[in-house]
Each structure stands twice: as C-alpha cells, then as structure tokens.
Design a protein around this ligand. Structure first.
Ligand SMILES: [Zn+2]
Length: 256
C-alpha cells in the first residue's frame, strides 16, 4: 500500500471515530453538560447505545436511521458530521502524512466543525471550548514543524484583536453589532494554530465566502441585510482552507 493511501485511510478512520465524539460535543456543550458522562443514549427511550450500534457512519446505515429499541428516528446530521469529519481529516493526513503536524491541524479542524455546528444550530459560540482549544494550540505548537510558541501567541492575540477592532468600528458606524464576541474567540483559536501572518488569509477567505453566501441568502430568501448570518462557519472554512493554502500564499506575498 502506498504511503499516501495509508495516510488517507488512517485519517478517514480516525476522523470518523472523532466525528462520533464531536456529535456528543455539539449536542452537550451548549447545554453545559459533561461531554464524558454519561455515555450515549437514545434521547427518546433513554436506552444506552451499545458499542455495535455506535460504529461511525455504518451503524446509522445498518439501523436505517432508527433507534434499535423504540424505533425513534435518528437525525441524519449524526452520520453527516461523522462523514464530514472523516473526509476533512483524511485530506489533512493526505497533505501532511502521518505526522504530528497532521494531528495538530486535525485538532483545529475538529474544533472548527463543533463550533460551526453549534453556531448554526444555536446562534451562539460557547466560550470555554474556545479557550481550552486555544491554550492546547499554544501548548502543542513547539512540537510541530510549522509553528512555534511565539508565533502561536501572536496569532491568538492578533486574531482576536482584529475581530474586536471590526466589531467596535462597525458599532461606531452602524450603531449595532455586526459580528459577535464569539467570533473573536474563534479567530483567537485559529490564530493560535496557524500563526499571526496567516490570520489575514483566514479573514480574507471568510469575508469572501461570507459575502457570496450573504448575497445568495438575500436573493433566495428575499430578506434584507439586517438578517443575522452566523460568521463563525465562514471563519471555520477560511481557517480550514488556510491550513492547505497558507504557506503557498505566504511565499507568493513575500515573493519567495
Ligand atoms: Zn430509543
């Protein structure tokens, strides 16, 4: 088996297992419940879910999307999050191989999936997970090839600083909030993993995607520009793209 195929397979299996845990985080973090205890159970009949009914993606298909005991429908977002996590993680391992850097960027990606899903579902960004993952990013940065602790701390500071500046400026001009403070926390975490220079690329990508989606949203729903659109998912997509394109863009801008 070739090295890159092995990396993709490894990333896919790891991602699908982690994706299963991310589902728990997405459901429980906004409710401030423990993400460890109790184990997964059916929300309708309360029966604990056995290991063989908890295999990522596969169990959902075998059970045809229903609880084995009471027949309650299971939301398709569960296997979709597992599949999404598996694919995004596989792509990172394809790019970086089975290395610590691949794990480092996967942790950021997993965080971005959870935060985006919560932002879309609940229109809020939980604070604690942002800080915990940000500190993890700073603490692990010395063990990577591409990052160091100074760049990581500068990235977190600049990331939150720019978003806070945008919030304040927007408030001065329009007299209301454009982005939330949660977006500053998301950007701080992304900055901790990618370093201060790449913060600009992330915000550029996020604004570009946000503008395109915003326009589509306004046209299709016939709503005015006052409709709040969560910005977190755009920062997340920007962050994920920058994991792959950041170094290339840096070279391009520095004329290397
Ligand atoms: Zn049930």
């Amino acid at each position: 088996m070739s090295n890159s195929l092995l990396s993709v397979l490894f990333g896919f299996v790891l991602g699908s297992i982690v994706g299963s845990f991310l589902n728990v985080c997405i459901y429980r973090l906004p409710r401030e419940e423990s993400i460890v205890f109790p184990g997964s159970h059916c929300p309708k009949c309360g029966t604990p879910i056995k290991w063989y009914d908890n295999i990522p993606i596969i169990s959902y298909l075998l059970l045809r999307g229903r609880c084995r005991y009471c027949g309650e429908k299971i939301s398709p977002t569960y296997p979709l999050i597992e599949l999404l996590t598996a694919i995004l993680t596989a792509a990172i391992f394809f790019r970086f191989g089975i290395t610590f850097d691949a794990l480092y960027y996967s942790i950021l990606t997993w965080f971005l999936i959870v935060i985006s899903a919560i932002d879309i579902k609940e229109m809020m960004v939980p604070v604690k997970p942002c800080y915990i993952v940000m500190i993890l990013g700073i603490a692990l940065s010395p063990f990577t090839h591409s990052m160091n602790i100074v760049d990581s701390i500068l990235g977190a500071s600049l990331g939150s600083g720019i978003i806070l500046f945008i919030i304040e400026t927007y408030f001065m001009i329009r007299g209301r909030e454009g982005m939330g403070y949660g977006d500053a926390n998301i950007m701080a975490t992304i900055g901790a993993f990618l370093g201060w220079k790449k913060v600009f690329f992330v915000i550029f990508f996020a604004s570009l995607i946000g503008a395109v989606i915003g326009i589509i949203f306004i046209i299709s729903k016939d709503k005015d520009s006052e409709t709040p659109l969560p910005f977190g998912p755009f920062l997340a997509v920007g962050g994920y793209l920058t994991i792959f394109l950041g170094n290339l863009l840096l070279k391009f801008y520095l004329g290397g």
